[in-house]
Design a protein around this ligand. Structure first.
Ligand code: 5GP
Length: 174
C-alpha cells in the first residue's frame, strides 16, 4: 500500500479553537445547570478537552469507546462497544461529543443505547460532519464544521493510530 501523508490543511488550529469555544458557549447556554458530557474515544478526546475547558461552571464528564472502522479509510459498517460508561445517565442532561459524523451508523447506535438509560435529555455535538456520506438519518444538534467527502486526520482523528496529535485538521491522500 502506498504511504499516506497529510497533504492539505483543511482547518487551521485557530479556526478550530474559535469554533470549539463558540460551540461550548452554545451548549452551555442550552444547559446552564446540570450538564453531563460523554466523549466517544478515541477520536473525540482532544475536542472534548478543549470544549470542556471553554464551558463555564461545573460539568461532569465520562467516556465510552466504540469501534466502527476497520483499519484504513473504509468503514466496516459494524459498530461495537469497546468501553462502556462509568456513570448512570438517569435524569441527566447528556451531550454526546463525537469527532465526526460520516455514515451516521455510529451515532445512531450510540443514541439508541444511551436513550434506553433514561437521560432527561440527549443531544449530540460533532466537530465535523460529512453530509454527503450519510447512510442513515441522524440528529446532530451541534456541528462544528461541515466538510466534503475527504478522509481527514488530526485534532484527535487518526489514520492507523497516527496523526491524532496534530493541532489542525488535514486531508490525507495516497
Ligand atoms: P460513521 O459511523 O458516522 O460512518 O463514522 C463515524 C466514525 O468514523 C468516526 O467516529 C471516525 O472514527 C470515523 N471516520 C469517519 N470519517 C473519518 C475521517 O475522515 N477521518 C477519520 N480519521 N475518521 C473518520
Amino acid at each position: 500500500m502506498a504511504e499516506l501523508r497529510p497533504a492539505e490543511i483543511l482547518l487551521s488550529e485557530a479556526q478550530i479553537q474559535k469554533r470549539v469555544a463558540e460551540m461550548a458557549l452554545e451548549i452551555r447556554k442550552d444547559y446552564p445547570d446540570d450538564l453531563h458530557v460523554i466523549a466517544v474515544l478515541k477520536g473525540a478526546f482532544i475536542f472534548l478537552s478543549d470544549l470542556a475547558r471553554h464551558m463555564p461552571g461545573h460539568v461532569s464528564l465520562d467516556f465510552m469507546a466504540v469501534s466502527s472502522y476497520a483499519k484504513g479509510t473504509t468503514s466496516s459498517g459494524e459498530v461495537k462497544m469497546v468501553k462502556d460508561l462509568d456513570t448512570a445517565l438517569d435524569g441527566r442532561n447528556v451531550v454526546i461529543v463525537e469527532d465526526i459524523v460520516d455514515t451516521g451508523l455510529t451515532l445512531t447506535y450510540l443514541q439508541e443505547i444511551l436513550r434506553k438509560r433514561h437521560p432527561k435529555s440527549l443531544r449530540t455535538a460533532c466537530l465535523l460532519s460529512k453530509p454527503s456520506r450519510r447512510k442513515v438519518e441522524v440528529t446532530v444538534d451541534y456541528i462544528g464544521f461541515t466538510i466534503e467527502d475527504r478522509f481527514v486526520v488530526g485534532y484527535g482523528l487518526d489514520f492507523d493510530e497516527q496523526y491524532r496529535n496534530l493541532p489542525h485538521i488535514a486531508v490525507i491522500q495516497p
